[in-house]
Design a protein around this ligand. Structure first.
Ligand SMILES: Nc1ncnc2c1ncn2[C@@H]1O[C@H](COP(=O)(O)OP(=O)(O)OP(=O)(O)O)[C@@H](O)[C@H]1O
Ligand SMILES: [Mg+2]
Length: 332
């Protein structure tokens, strides 16, 4: 199970309920409205969204907001599972069930009894794992390895994936019967770049939290630094935002984060839907010279301007060595 952060701020986040979640963005509001409905029911929930958008945390927050909040939240990473340990991990085993089984161990279904079983990275599950989970979910019964006693567990399932599961259904990589069992309410968590109305607030709250955690008194960002964060495409979403701010705070000595302190995953490519382009790159076609050379020149100048003419920073955003940028600037 994902450990809650060691510091109190992260612990609070892990123990939050939906009441503490706010958004100024329509797509995120739809997601939170559905999450509230999900929290009032026992229906299975499927959470979709790019990596780092907060799916795992949302699963936990739905659990915290549900009638099951006082019972366990058990996470199970379907991707990280070896086939040999599958039965034992899911359903547990008796002492002596196999070599090395020196005591009785409960499986995830049993551990989650009365609470929530969170199936993470669901689209990565092997066909064997899919079949075993389907059986347990369909009949509500399972047995521990080495035992014939049928056990029942009252669990609510929440599943998540960052992969395009709809495509996996078409290619039969993911079983349709299992999909219908786990996708009672489907939540789509928007990418950070699609939450323009939330970005400033999220930046500010990350700065406040990280500053407190690191014992610093940082009050905000310089204009250029703020503009740079607002224009960035955030391929790693909230996880990347947190890392960028944490690092920026660690290297900042004054009370304001400057452009130089921002280290993003520049060069991270677009995802398979073709998203993840910078706002600059997705702008409508300009008038005039449409040659690649002219486009490169325009793009370099736009990024430079965005970075307040800081060449080191611009080179990083462009995915170029500083010397390459200098050469290109001289040529253009
Ligand atoms: N609403 C939020 N506000 C601020 N930070 C958040 C929020 N939700 C999640 N985070 C932070 O973003 C990071 C990623 O969150 P999480 O692990 O839930 O993402 P994920 O979608 O499950 O990613 P993955 O697909 O890689 O499993 C974590 O550090 C988490 O604490
Ligand atoms: Mg996750």
């Amino acid at each position: 199970m994902r450990a809650a952060g060691a510091d109190p701020a992260r612990q609070r986040e892990w123990n939050a309920t939906l009441r503490e979640y706010h958004t100024a963005d329509a797509a995120m509001q739809t997601c939170l409205d559905l999450a509230s409905i999900a929290a009032r029911t026992d229906l299975p929930v499927l959470i979709l969204g790019e990596t780092g958008t907060g799916k795992t945390l949302l699963a936990r927050v739905i659990h915290n907001s549900s009638r099951r909040a006082r019972n366990p939240f058990v996470a199970f990473n379907a991707a990280a599972l070896s086939e040999t340990l599958l039965d034992s991990q899911l359903f547990g085993h008796e002492k002596g069930a196999f070599t090395g089984a020196d005591r009785r161990v409960k499986g995830k279904f049993e551990l989650a009894d009365g609470g929530t079983l969170f199936l993470d990275e669901i689209a990565d599950m092997s066909p064997t794992a899919q079949a075993k989970i389907l059986r347990a979910v369909e009949y509500g019964e399972f047995e521990r390895l080495g035992s014939e006693l049928l056990l029942e567990a009252d669990v609510r399932l929440i599943s998540a994936t960052h992969l395009p599961i709809a495509r996996y259904l078409q290619t039969d990589t993911f079983r349709k019967d299992l999909f219908y069992r786990i996708s009672g309410i489907t939540l789509r968590v928007p990418a950070l770049r699609d939450r323009p109305n939330d970005l400033r607030t999220l930046m500010a709250s990350e700065i406040a939290t990280a500053s407190a955690v690191q014992g610093k008194a940082i009050v905000g960002l310089s204009r250029a630094a703020a503009d740079c964060l607002l224009a960035y495409h955030w391929p790693g979403n909230l996880r990347e935002l947190r890392r960028v701010i944490d690092t920026a705070i660690a290297v900042t000595e004054g009370d304001v984060i400057e452009l130089d302190a921002l280290l993003m995953e520049s060069g991270a490519g677009p995802d398979e839907e073709g998203r993840g382009k910078t706002a600059l790159a997705s702008a409508p076609l300009p008038e005039g010279d449409l040659s690649l050379t002219a486009a490169e020149r325009r793009h370099i100048l736009a990024v430079l301007e965005q970075c307040g003419n800081n060449k080191r920073r611009a080179a990083r955003l462009l995915g170029l060595a500083r010397s390459t940028l200098d050469r290109k600037l001289a040529r253009h």
